[in-house]
Design a protein around this ligand. Structure first.
Ligand code: SF4
Length: 383
């Protein structure tokens, strides 16, 4: 059996869904590329490039480096939905690099390390992580920095505590610090930062105390034990299933097997087309009712397929309590000529008519009743 390396991303994925973990790490089924991961990976490599020399290289070189990395994969390989979307991503990346450069070029900062692979043996496990940047603050003190490239700067305290535990136990860190300051005998993680590249903002945290870290690590070890005990029951949720590429193989979703290969079909007649349309409409209605029922049971108003999302909305509609009485009322109040036919639509228009008194509107409303209907829309998703 291959050696087990425990990482924060493994812990996070297992906690998200153990079965997803199994698909990715045990069965090694590759996932589809995701544009947000490709975007993040490329920007991380540009950051590494900027700090690879004591001073930033010229901006043109950094942009050239970015372009090279960007062009190394097609838009599909990067996971974009179209060449246009990919181009938008490229322009956004370029803009981020220019702004980051402008803001930080004068600092002449020389980090202790960038994209450093850190390993430590903790409680019988080999724990690993890649730390985006480690800055030396003097006196054995370190700042750990993690770049974020998503839409918002999400706080992930689990990630920070995992890094804290890993770095405090890493045998590699002290010798590295001693290359800067030979006198140092003990290192201290002084602060931990998330740096959000799209907005150039930082969120900094003090490392947690020993007690809190011990509690966290106990939980992390429990997760590792479950992984090693091969407990891989699925834990579906809207959030995790939404982007999960394994839905086709997941028993929770139980999708149909591969569609049969298209066979040569004889030309379809008009009558057959009409029947087919009718059948599809019937199936569509039944499927809609089924989806609405599931969404309601699960208290969801939105859910995702691979290429479509289903949105459920409640709409209030008016119906006549008694159509004859309504027509009688319209006649008596000389309102019938305002409606070609007393339909729900025309009554709604009357209720909106400024020339009709509030009192009459009130009486008209009393002749109708309100009903809540569920409206389901199926919309193609765009990435
Ligand atoms: S589809 Fe949902 S339940 Fe199934 S493996 Fe993916 S995340 Fe887990």
């Amino acid at each position: 059996m291959a050696q087990f390396f425990y990482s924060q991303s493994k812990m996070g994925l297992y906690r998200e869904c153990p079965l997803k973990y199994k698909f990715r790490y045990i069965l090694k089924i590759p996932e589809k590329p995701k544009y947000f991961f490709s975007f993040g990976t490329i920007l991380h490599s540009v950051m590494e490039y900027l700090y690879s020399t004591p001073q930033f290289p010229p901006l043109e070189d950094a942009l050239k480096f970015f372009k090279q990395k960007w062009s190394a994969q097609t838009w599909e390989e990067k996971g974009y939905g179209s060449p246009e979307k990919e181009h938008e991503g490229f322009l956004e990346g370029q803009e981020i690099i220019k702004k980051y450069y402008e803001k930080h070029v004068a600092e002449n900062l020389h980090p202790l390390s960038t994209e450093m692979k850190v390993y430590a043996d903790i409680d019988g496990l080999t724990v690993m992580g890649i730390v985006d940047r480690i800055d030396y603050l003097g006196d054995g003190k370190l700042a750990i920095l993690d770049y974020k490239t998503g839409k918002t700067l999400k706080r992930e305290p689990d990630q920070l505590m995992f890094y804290q535990k890993l770095l405090e136990n890493s045998p590699k860190l002290l010798p590295l610090v001693q290359t800067r300051d030979i006198e140092v005998q003990k290192i201290k993680i002084e602060k931990m930062l998330f740096y959000h590249l799209p907005t150039l903002t930082e969120d900094s945290f003090k490392p947690v105390d020993k007690e809190e870290l011990d509690i966290f690590w106990k939980g992390a070890m429990k997760t590792a034990e479950n992984i090693l005990a091969e407990k891989f029951e699925p834990t579906p949720s809207e959030q995790s299933c939404r982007w999960c590429d394994y839905r086709g193989s997941c028993p929770v979703w139980n999708l149909n097997p591969e569609p049969k290969a298209e066979q040569e079909k004889p030309q379809e007649t008009l009558a057959e087309k009409i029947d087919r349309l009718g059948k599809l409409s019937d199936e569509g209605r039944a499927l809609k009712a089924e989806i609405i029922k599931i969404l309601k049971e699960q208290n969801l108003n939105i859910s995702f397929g691979t290429s479509y999302k289903a949105e459920l909305k409640e709409e209030e509609i008016l119906t006549f309590k008694d159509e004859e009485k309504t027509i009688e009322f319209l006649k008596q109040n000389n309102l019938l000529d305002k409606t070609l036919k007393p339909t729900v639509k025309s009554i709604l228009a009357l209720l909106d008519d400024h020339e009709i008194s509030e009192d009459k509107k009130q009486q008209l409303r009393a002749l109708t009743t309100k009903e809540i209907i569920n409206k389901l829309q199926c919309i193609k998703t765009d990435n």
